[in-house]
Write a protein that binds this ligand. Sequence first.
Ligand code: FAD
Ligand code: ZN
Length: 465
Amino acid sequence: MSDPIADLRAAIGDPALMLETPEETGAYTTDWTKKFNGATPMVLRPRTTADVSRMLAACNELGIKVVPQGGNTGVVGGSTPRGGEVVLSLSRLNTIADYDPASATVVVGAGVVLAAVHEFVAPLEMEFPVDLGARGQCQIGGMLATNAGGNRVLRYGLMREQVRGLEVVLADGTVISNLNRLRKDNSGLDLKQLFVGSEGILGVITQAVLQVRPCPPARRTAMLAMTDRAALPALLAEVRARLPGLSSLEVLPDDVCQYVSDQVPGASMPFTERFPIYALVEEETEAGAAGHDGFVERLSGLFESGLVADAVVAESEAQSAGLWHVREATGEAIVAAGYSHKFDITVPQGEIPEFLDEMEALAATLPGIKPLLFGHLGDGNVHANFVQTPEIADKPFLAEGPALAKAVYGATRARHGSVSAEHGIGTLKRDYLGYSKSPEEISLMRRFKGLLDPNGILNPGVMLD
Ligand code: FAD
Ligand code: ZN
């Protein structure tokens, strides 16, 4: 009988490009959340685009299914093997080069870690505006494949908006290379955007041309306290109008802040009094000297409008980091709690207060489950977490998952929202794609998949069943 893995080994030849023992492959089979894991007969570790092409061509020929993997920080179960697939790790495609000052673009291998891009451009006084908590581990290829967002989407957009050129290898090994640096290119269909956010089901990203930008002279941060969350949409409109350099607007209810303060050392709130809800605001301003860039004056108008009851303005980078720490420690605090059901929802910004009411009412029907609702107010992106408390055991808590998902996604659909704001669909949300996409759209997605990967070798079970 033929052994496809033996045939693949022979086709690839060089043992340095393959890992096969469980000790070697173990690190590639469990994701960051530890929720998704499986077994793999082989991890492929290409060094070049040509290696990726050869490997995919061989897998396609042999009918071997492949899971592309970047930094393995995706949270929707798309980057680890599920049914004995081969893992294709892009980590060695980690060259970052060719900074072009005229276009302010840089050519980056798919396996380059986000923090390395930040470090590469910093001495040039440039920055790559996408930033997220997984910066030390997530890779540009994985970030493009998931169209990652983060904290500054409001000003700079998601990964989709940062990419100028892309190189992709199709399932049959065909290399589609368009590493141009053009800001404007309407020569036919913008094919690269088909692969951004495609979660590895249409092709494997190997290189990208990324747009970078001059660092702003200063970034100012403030925490605003509010007495009424119904006023959040009005606050958003007001902050947007008053702060021309607005780069982040995050929302944190008091119970989330208390929870984070209790769980994570150093993540304490700067107010002596408690308020029902807080907004974290960041603006990119012209002058660096604190107090002389008009930031405080612009914020003071918010008091006059009655939207804000109190505010703390960071006067140094350390103070700013302290305010951000409360927001960024939410993930750690939730993990520390035990199990959680996580949802990454978008609803129209104006409907956020009602959506939060609905989520709290839903949680009130579930004994032992605590809702922690926060997110990127500016983008209408709510991270709705339903966390386990000591009052409920693991099994009944986990059993609530599917019913809870239906209720949360049902409420999202009713508001014409999205079941995935920035994390992707993966395997976790696959069965709920229909809550955000019509049958016609899903059918068209399947046709793209069939066209580009007729043998279905790329990331089977992700996004589409
Ligand atoms: P992986 O997890 O390895 O893969 C993700 C998906 O992309 C998988 O389906 C995989 O098959 C596919 N893939 C990977 N590489 C390629 C490639 N080269 N070609 C084709 N397909 C590929 N996400 C946000 O959007 N915003 C946030 O603010 C945010 N914060 C986070 C904070 C923490 C602490 C953590 C752990 C995660 C966070 N995430 C966030 C989620 C995650 O970091 C992003 O989704 C990230 O983009 C995934 O990159 P990765 O390299 O780890 O990809
Ligand atoms: Zn987020």
